[in-house]
Design a protein around this ligand. Structure first.
Ligand code: PMP
Length: 353
C-alpha cells in the first residue's frame, strides 16, 4: 500500500526525511525544555485582544496583506510597511523564500549544524544544500560561505542549536560579498545583544526574519515577520498563501507589539536564568557555549547523550537531543523558569556520574 502510494509523489519527496519537530506530549505534564517556548504567558493585552476578536467576523477572511500588523511593525522597527511581510510563523517565511528563490539544482548555502528545517525546505525544492561546517567555537565560516555564493545563504543568528552569535559587522561583510540573497534568521534575537535589522536598509540582498514564538510567548499563534527591500518583499508576496495568517493571529501580533515592555520583562528574566543555568551546568562538568538565545547547548565531548535525554524524560523533564554525528554529545536545553531549571538540574546531576 505504502509503496503504491509513493508513485504519486515526486522522487525528491519520496527520498525526503520530513522535518521532525520537537515532541509536544499530551499524555502527561512535563517540565518542557525541548522546543524553546517561553515559560511565561503572553501579555494580558494579547489575550484580551484575541478574546475580543472571537466574534461573528470570523466568518470573513482575514486581511491578506496584514495591513495593520505591518503598519505597527514598521513603526516599532523603523521600516516602511512595504518592507515587511507577515508569515504563519517564520517557518512559513523560510519556506516561501526557498520557493521563490531556489529552482531545482540551485545552491542554498548555510553553516552546520543549524536549524534543520533548512535541509527539508531545500530538498522539497529539489535544490542543492551546500553545508559548511562551523568550527568548534561556532565562529561563522565567512570565507567558505562567500566562496560557495548560494542563490540563498542562511545565517541563523543567534544560531540554533548552539545559541552563539556572529557580530553584525561580519554578517554585513558576508552580505556585501554575496550575489544571492542572505537570510538572517533572527528567531532568537530578542534574547541577544545585537540585531542585523539595520543591514536591511544598507544591503538590498538581506532579509531578516523574526518570530513571535519565542520572546513574545506566542508559539501557538504562528506569527513571523520578514524585513527586506520593498522590491524583494514584493516578489515574496507573490508566493505566499493569500490568507496565511488567521484573524486571531493578526490581532495577537499587533497587540503584542503594543506591549513591548511585557516581552522585554520576560526576556530579562530568561537572560538572568540563562546565566545561572549556564554556570550550574558547567559546575556539573558540561561544556556550555556562551548562549544569546533562550536555550543552552550543553556538551560532554565523546559521550552520546541520548540515554541521558531518555532518562530525563522518564523523570518528567524534556530536553532536545539531535541524533546526528556532530550533536550526539550534546543536549539542547530551553531556559525555563528558575523552578523548571532547578528540576532539570536535580534530575540531571545523578545521570552524569
Ligand atoms: N528559526 C529557528 C532558528 C527556529 O528555531 C524556529 C523554531 N523552531 C523557527 C525559525 C520557526 O519559528 P516559528 O515558525 O515558530 O516562527
Amino acid at each position: 500500500m505504502r509503496g503504491d502510494a509513493q508513485r504519486f509523489v515526486r522522487p525528491g519527496i519520496r527520498a525526503l526525511h520530513g522535518y521532525v519537530p520537537g515532541e509536544q506530549p499530551r499524555d502527561r505534564r512535563y517540565v518542557k525544555l525541548n522546543t524553546n517556548e517561553n515559560p511565561y504567558p503572553p501579555s494580558p493585552r494579547v489575550i484580551e485582544a484575541v478574546r475580543a476578536a472571537v466574534i461573528d467576523d470570523l466568518r470573513l477572511y482575514p486581511d491578506p496583506v496584514a495591513t495593520e500588523l505591518r503598519r505597527k511593525a514598521g513603526e516599532v522597527y523603523g521600516f516602511a510597511p512595504e518592507q515587511i511581510i507577515a508569515g504563519n510563523g517564520s517557518d512559513d517565511l523560510l519556506a516561501l523564500i526557498v520557493r521563490a528563490c531556489a529552482s531545482a539544482g540551485d545552491r542554498v548555502v548555510y553553516p552546520m549544524p543549524t536549524y534543520s528545517l533548512y535541509d527539508t525546505l531545500v530538498a522539497i525544492q529539489d535544490a542543492e544544500a551546500a553545508h559548511v561546517p562551523f568550527p568548534a567555537d561556532f565562529t561563522l565560516p565567512v570565507a567558505a560561505l562567500r566562496q560557495l555564493d548560494g542563490r540563498v545563504t542562511f545565517v541563523c543568528n543567534p544560531n540554533a542549536p548552539s545559541g552563539t552569535v556572529t557580530p553584525v559587522a561580519v554578517i554585513e561583510e558576508l552580505a556585501r560579498a554575496l550575489s544571492g540573497l542572505l537570510v538572517v534568521d533572527e528567531a532568537y534575537v530578542d534574547f541577544a545583544d545585537a540585531t542585523a535589522l539595520p543591514l536591511v536598509q544598507r544591503c538590498p540582498n538581506v532579509v531578516v526574519l523574526r518570530t513571535f514564538s519565542k520572546s513574545f510567548s506566542l508559539a501557538g499563534m504562528r506569527i513571523g515577520l520578514g524585513f527586506g527591500s520593498a522590491a524583494v518583499i514584493e516578489e515574496l508576496n507573490k508566493v505566499k498563501d493569500s490568507y496565511n495568517l488567521s484573524r486571531l493571529s493578526l490581532v495577537a501580533a499587533t497587540a503584542a507589539l503594543e506591549d513591548l515592555a511585557w516581552m522585554q520583562r520576560n526576556v530579562t528574566r530568561i537572560r538572568t536564568t540563562r546565566a545561572a543555568l549556564s554556570e550550574r551546568l558547567r559546575a556539573l562538568g558540561l561544556q556550555v557555549l556562551p548562549s544569546q538565545a533562550n536555550f543552552i547547548l550543553a556538551r560532554r565531548p565523546g559521550r552520546n547523550m541520548g540515554d541521558i535525554q531518555r532518562a530525563l524524560k522518564e523523570q518528567g523533564v524534556l530536553v532536545r537531543y539531535f541524533d546526528t554525528p556532530d550533536l550526539r554529545d550534546a543536549l539542547r536545553i530551553t531556559v525555563g523558569t528558575d523552578e523548571e531549571c532547578e528540576a532539570l538540574l536535580v534530575a540531571l546531576k545523578p545521570l552524569l556520574v
